[in-house]
Design a protein around this ligand. Structure first.
Ligand code: AMP
Length: 358
């Protein structure tokens, strides 16, 4: 790749959801074309991109075609098969690197990696059977959260144990017999996330941390500024920067943290992509997380991430989409809809950001 990527070059994006859509829109504003690899025809991203390759993410012929037509390839979700990223990387630059996928796809690998670079997490144990679960609960005061190691998102594939007194026989099988992780229960005061970026030249930048509230396991709101001390915000940013440097990362990353009483932090999850809790940046910053990601993967200088307003971003889930007309008549509100034809329960249909005073 010639850096910076010349105008009219093509950026390949794996994944065709709303994140891919917003990346494609940001790429277009910077003079780039986009090609989306996504099995679902007429997906939200393809509606605003130059072309879609309709195929599975691991289809070899589709990957080779994507590599052939793209100057650089990126992705919008962390469950891109690592082998697909590695196949692409033989002939085209893939950012963020495949290592970031490997680390974020498995909660056990992720937590081990984080602890290894000095970023604290909840205590955890691998659970490969009921006996591991029993031992873990005994170690964690009979409370914890049991999660699938892979393919979990938005709180799916999780079981909470609170002061569990009974036995655990059958619990492993009930979660599908797949590798699990037991995490100690974190008595957090609030949840925050940092959206940070690393450029092709190693330059680091981060937005202010957002304070996130979840409903039914799905992000409901992100509020800026977060109600945390400056020292806590700085520690979260430093942790995100350590992660970016350790992964030799290029692009935007989302890092979620639990804030403990007293202001301490435990990292929960990393997402090697633009993140729902960073959608507010399109309304309250000159450079959105989507533009920042495109700048990074295209080898352009990173943007200034300072925030000109306080704000609250709220997701529109399922029937919430019908609030759109009323929201459009509010001042200081930026609405973003994803072009999904059907409003199913739990489906992210759009979001809006209300600007507040700084
Ligand atoms: P996750 O899928 O890991 O992001 O978890 C979804 C949500 O469950 C988090 O945003 C927290 O609200 C909650 N949660 C996850 N892990 C823990 C934990 N170890 N202790 C307490 N709450 C947790």
């Amino acid at each position: 790749m010639t850096a910076p990527l010349p105008q009219n070059s093509t950026i390949g994006i794996i994944g065709g959801g709303q994140l891919g859509r917003m990346l494609a829109m940001a790429a277009a504003r910077l003079g780039y074309r986009t090609v989306i690899l996504e099995p679902q025809a007429d997906c939200p991203a393809a509606q605003v991109a130059n072309r879609q390759i309709v195929a599975a993410y691991d289809n070899p012929a589709a990957l080779d075609e994507l590599a052939k037509v793209s100057a650089v390839v990126t992705y919008e979700f962390e469950n891109v098969p690592v082998r697909a990223a590695e196949r692409l990387a033989v002939s085209v630059h893939v950012y963020p690197p495949a290592r970031a996928l490997e680390v974020s796809q498995d909660r056990l690998v992720e937590k081990t990696f984080l602890n290894g670079i000095g970023v604290k997490t909840a205590d955890f144990r691998a659970v490969d059977g009921d006996a591991d679960l029993e031992a873990g609960l005994a170690a964690f005061g009979r409370s914890g959260i049991l999660k699938t190691r892979r393919m979990g998102y938005d709180g799916k594939g999780q079981r909470v144990f609170r002061d569990h007194s009974g036995g655990v026989t059958g619990s492993f099988a009930a979660m599908g017999g797949v590798p699990l992780i037991l995490e100690s229960f974190v008595p957090f005061e609030r949840e925050i996330s940092v959206i940070a970026a690393r450029g092709l030249d190693g330059q680091l930048s981060a937005y202010d941390p957002a304070e996130n509230v979840h409903r039914n396991g799905i992000l409901h709101t992100s509020t800026l500024p977060a109600s945390v001390a400056r020292t806590t915000a700085d520690a979260a940013t430093d942790a995100a920067f350590s992660i970016l440097a350790a992964l030799d990362y290029v692009g935007v990353i989302g890092v979620e943290f639990f804030v403990l009483p007293g202001g301490g932090l435990l990292a929960n999850e990393i997402a090697p992509r633009v993140h729902n809790s960073g959608h507010w940046t399109e309304a309250a910053c000159a450079v959105s997380q989507f533009e920042q990601h495109i700048r990074a993967v295209a080898g352009l200088p990173l943007g200034d991430l300072s925030r000109h307003s306080g704000c609250v971003m709220e997701n529109l889930i399922g029937d919430d989409i019908f609030r759109a007309p009323a929201l459009l008549s509010e001042p200081d509100l930026v609405l973003h809809l994803y072009g999904k034809a059907e409003a199913r329960p739990g489906r992210k249909m759009g979001h809006f950001t209300r600007l507040l005073s700084r």
